[in-house]
Design a binder for this molecule. Structure first.
Ligand SMILES: NC(=O)c1ccc[n+]([C@@H]2O[C@H](COP(=O)([O-])OP(=O)(O)OC[C@H]3O[C@@H](n4cnc5c(N)ncnc54)[C@H](OP(=O)(O)O)[C@@H]3O)[C@@H](O)[C@H]2O)c1
Length: 322
């Protein structure tokens, strides 16, 4: 066999293996590689991690995962009772690594921008420092593109973009003021809808694309701040209850039961892997979402999918019905 034929065969084999990995993995290949061969989540032991949206779903699952490895936690959201329950579960799951004083319940409404600095001050008063901010609080959407009231676009951006950007700025200013050698870490729960085609969620897609761009801009300007964009596909949480519709002050109010979705626990674990390994941009999702996420990264492949699958088929995939 000539050298040229050998190289050609090796390239073909590489792509075949890569394609199989797209199908069998429930996250991008690099993330799954790091799960098995990267730094363990235990690297985050004693790190001070502030999670917004920790009262349910992905935020709660991430908190439990980090608690098992002994990270010190600040749990924020609006529902205090749920946060207290998550705290109790964190301490129980930590197997003696965490005690009452290691998990701080700090209720906050992300939309009250004027409170963000006070909340950071409370964190610093409690733990003396902050290592990682996880901007996870957010709401999704189900609506036809043409029906969306502008007020809904604005409300969704207030929560999923502006509150995230503002809280991150408050924390970044703190990171920049402290010891020059100390690194800071900002993470955000984005979405596959933040880089792929997702029908019937126009404001949400816009918001998650925007938040990705803000975070990428931060990464470019401050090399001593790690930025993790974590983009889940469909996850089994209660998010559809709270999701925006096309109309102001209306919620979808549906359950995700009986839909094929990744569990919040698995998502929380992969999020923790991404944090421990300071990964820049990762995603997760069950087949075929994981494959579509790869496809979306290529303009040619995403155009082919656009031609092959109409909005109803894409929505079925997205709702875990295909
Ligand atoms: N589930 C999915 O399929 C999926 C996929 C991709 C991305 N995501 C993203 O994942 C993140 C978490 O969603 P989830 O699926 O875990 O849904 P969830 O269970 O509904 O969690 C949303 C969290 O955000 C908090 N929150 C909402 N509004 C808030 C506000 N004004 N101030 C403070 N906290 C607020 C909620 O707590 P309180 O109600 O107690 O305030 C709750 O803890 C969101 O950013 C979402 O866009 C979810």
């Amino acid at each position: 066999m000539s050298w040229l034929a050998f190289i050609g065969l090796a390239v073909i084999l590489y792509y075949i293996v890569y394609l199989i990995l797209w199908i069998v993995c429930d996250g991008n290949v690099w993330l799954i590689y790091k799960e098995h061969f990267g730094k363990p989540i235990a690297e985050l032991r004693k790190n001070v991690v502030w999670i917004t949206g920790a009262s349910s779903g992905i935020g709660r699952a991430l908190a439990l995962q980090l608690a098992q490895e002994g990270a010190l936690l600040i749990l924020s959201a609006r529902r205090e009772k749920e946060l207290e329950e998550v705290k109790a579960e964190c301490i129980r799951k930590s197997n003696g690594k965490l005690h009452e004083e290691d998990v701080f319940v700090m209720p906050m409404d992300m939309l009250k921008i004027e409170d963000h600095q006070k909340c950071l001050d409370r964190v610093l008063e409690k733990f003396g420092r902050l290592d990682i901010l996880v901007n996870n609080a957010g709401r999704s959407q189900r609506a036809n593109w043409e029906d969306i009231e502008l007020k809904v676009d604005r409300d969704l951006f207030e929560l999923d973009v502006f509150s995230v950007v503002h809280l991150s700025r408050v924390v970044v200013r703190y990171f920049l003021k402290r010891d020059l050698n100390a690194r800071g870490h900002i993470a955000v729960t984005s979405s596959v809808a933040g880089f792929a085609i997702a029908p019937f969620s126009a404001s949400y897609c816009g918001a998650k694309h925007a938040v990705n761009a803000y975070m990428n801009a931060l990464r470019v300007e401050h090399r001593n701040i790690d930025v993790t964009i974590f983009a889940p596909g469909p996850i089994a949480t209660d998010f559809l209850q709270e999701a925006f519709t096309a109309r102001h002050n209306e919620k979808v109010g549906l359950s995700t039961k009986n839909q094929k979705r990744m569990t919040a626990e698995r998502c929380g674990k992969l999020f923790a892997v991404a944090l421990a390994n300071k990964m820049m941009f990762v995603w997760c999702g069950l087949f075929p979402v994981n494959v579509l996420a790869y496809v979306a990264r290529s303009p040619i492949l995403s155009h082919i999918v656009f031609l092959l699958l109409n909005e109803k088929a894409l929505n079925k995939i997205r709702e875990g019905k295909l």
